[in-house]
Ligand binder design. Structure first.
Ligand SMILES: Nc1ncnc2c1ncn2[C@@H]1O[C@H](COP(=O)(O)OP(=O)(O)O)[C@@H](O)[C@H]1O
Ligand SMILES: [Mg+2]
Length: 254
């Protein structure tokens, strides 16, 4: 894919080692606008490390993370968020004692450099309120907007974090195990929320739940020991003998 405007996120030759352990070995990946790519692989494969290299939480030993052809090496984690690279789920980023609406408002105003003004009623910006309203509605959370986040079910808290992230109007969203720890009964609402993500958003979904992966992904990347073992459409991955034998076990037997 050519380097230029509108090409989305590109990873080129990414390498990362922890001591002697190579967890990213010459990784190349494209996440164009609208991508629905899943990253799967056994524990320790390097999936979360890759997510952190994208967000800037970790610095690669070699290689590039590019957004629309621009190398992000010199762009801090916070500045990457402003450019539209977002990652969930980090439940601790929510304030349990504030309402949903207040949590979202705080995040947006902080992103806009208006952090100290969030509690001032008179300072509320109609444009910000509109964004918040829109995202709460997207996730069916409008009815809960004035509830304290700490009182919500765990799955709902994850939806709030998703709504919060989308308020920051990301272009690339990295989801590292969005359903982890969510009680079975609440998983359908997470799946529904992920299915309703904006069409233009580039999504990288890391998960072990093959139902979730096969439901959402248009492209699947299988990672093992810091390398990409295989990638392709869900149908190609489901019938890939090596992938089946080594990493997916019984997952496709049904
Ligand atoms: N900060 C770190 N320091 C040292 N080793 C790490 C660090 N982060 C991850 N690792 C190791 O790197 C490997 C890949 O981890 P990770 O990216 O979390 O894998 P995955 O998300 O696929 O389970 C693991 O062996 C893990 O123990
Ligand atoms: Mg992980």
């Amino acid at each position: 894919m050519p380097v230029g405007l509108g090409v989305g996120l590109q990873l080129r030759g990414l390498c990362k080692s922890f001591g002697g352990l190579a967890v990213a070995q010459d990784l190349n990946l494209d996440l164009p606008p609208g991508a629905r790519t899943a990253l799967i692989g056994p524990n320790g494969a390097g999936k979360s490390t890759l997510a952190q290299l994208i967000t800037g939480c970790l610095v690669p030993d070699q290689g590039m993370v590019m957004l629309d052809g621009v190398d992000l090496a010199a762009v801090s984690q916070a500045a990457r968020v402003k450019r539209g690279i977002a990652k969930t789920f980090q439940i601790t980023t929510l304030f349990a004692g504030l309402s949903l609406r207040e949590n979202l408002r705080l995040a947006v105003q902080e992103q806009r450099g208006q952090g100290a003004r969030w509690f001032g009623r008179a300072d509320r910006c109609p444009e910000v309120e509109e964004i918040i309203e829109f995202q709460l509605a997207r996730f069916g959370l409008l009815g809960l907007a004035d509830q304290m986040v700490g009182r919500l079910a765990y799955g709902q808290q994850r939806l709030v974090e998703l709504a919060l992230t989308l308020c920051l109007q990301p272009r690339v969203l990295v989801l590292d195990e969005p359903a982890a720890g969510v009680p079975m009964g609440e998983i359908p609402m997470i799946v529904e929320a992920l299915e309703g993500l904006p069409k233009n958003l580039a999504v990288l979904l890391i998960d072990h739940d093959m139902d979730l992966v096969f439901r959402l992904a248009q492209h699947i990347v299988v990672m093992v020991a810091g390398t990409i073992l295989a990638q392709g459409t869900p149908a190609e991955i489901a019938t890939n003998a090596t992938v089946q034998r080594l990493y997916l076990g019984e997952a496709f037997d049904a």
